[in-house]
Design a protein around this ligand. Sequence first.
Ligand code: FES
Length: 542
Amino acid sequence: MTIPLFLGAGILALLVLLLSIFSEVVYQFFGRGEKRKLVVLSDDEYRKELDIEGGERLLSLLQNRGFNIPAACGGMATCGQCKVKLHTDVGFYTSVETPHFDMRTRETARKFLDQKIGDGYVRLACQVRVEKDVSLYLPKDTLHVKKYSARVIKKIPITSDKMEMWLKPSKSIQYKPGQYIQLAIPDDFAEEHYKKYGNLIKEACSKLGKEFVPYVPGTTLYRGYSLASVEPDLLKLIVRMAPVDPCMPLEKGGPPCIGPSCIHNYIQEQNLWNFFLGEKIRFTGPYGHFMLKEQPHTAVFVAGGAGLAPILALLEQWFQEGRQDNAIFFLGERRFQDIPTVYLPKWLKWERANPNFKFVPVLSGAFRGDNPAEMNDVDKKCFYNVSEADRQIIKEQGLVDEQGNQWKGQVGFIGPLLRKYLPPDPNIAFYLCGPAPMTVTVIDSAANVLKLKKENALFDDFTGTLTPSVDLLYQKLEIKEKIFSLNVPNADKLIEKISSILIIQLILKDKIDASYDFLKQVRETLDKSPQELESFLLSYKS
Ligand code: FES
């Protein structure tokens, strides 16, 4: 049985491959040359009509005509950033696109395509081949995104694996706190690096159960970096250094790759760390709407790792504008040595001077093994690198003991601490930037404990899967409310099991489609009976 099955699968794979080669050949020989119209619409009655050659990918068509839409993965459908709204039917999503869209967006697409309801639908521009006249909408901000070059003027290590990198652009750039840019990675570096480390990274990805995406020579890769600065015409980034050996054990410096675009992250961050002073680099920007809400509200800032960058900018803006609302800043790191102590005194001084502001650093110990409350030699070295006066402030604020041996601040994860620091509040907004596990679990806790509204969970979606992940968390919340309303005896256990499957087994492994399927099955079995749901959960395998 095994051999015929194996043969069948092989033949099928071969057929798919031949078909795709055939379609590319047909396109190259016959598809080009058809004259088509591309109409770009935007706000304020902006309209641009372009004559184009049919058959080209929408992403390259737009980029080659000066529309710098974000596209970090170079068109490989892994970053999810090249989303555009189309007013023309160019077909439903390809299988690689669906994980980047939440259920509402998928339903809007279905309605537009099947019933002609609505004025358009969203697709990944890199997955659309333009075969007919096409009309699309780009937000006004995207029209203002430009290409820049810049010099690296300062590099300052702020922890053992993170540094500040300052860039001086060659021409003026205006941006808002919280926005980001995309740095271009030199093609030759990426190619050489892939040749050298490709197999090792592939191996590491498979050990971690992550998808390996090979580098395609000639592709320009970009990497989104949030701006940590607020000054015009001077850009500060916070860059994380990836481990030199991609197979380095997790406990010795963290995973070598995160998410499906792991190879890209790896190549790019290694490269950035190695940029030398004075080096010229290219970037596009500014992008994003991760900005402070203007209306008065309670603000919760949550940062971890290199995700600190936009939060730094938003905090600066918060205090520069003299906002008086309650605000709390949770910084999630692994050990004391991972806290950028260069900023610590400033945050603590803000806390002392502003009764409405609280700073809560939380050490998880994750990936670094032992108890983060016991300061090891590296932690102590970092502590004693801080000036005497600042060390005193850190001690007085109760973060480190008098002898400098013990971390006295919070230990664990941020999610479970929310209830301790915050009451439920309809006027609360969360600003989050950091590793996906932190962002997802904090939003989950905030939605459950503080009644955080979905539209007030604010973040930049650099992987394209965070938006559907948050959608899934709120769908889970509806299911939770339904279970409670049914007065099921073991409701808490059922909800805990649903959460653990959804978050740990599915969302954090980038299995977005499987997550939607899972919740659909949960709803269906719950409609039959709570007992049925219980046995479904017990037997569920992702
Ligand atoms: S460029 Fe389209 S998903 Fe990355």
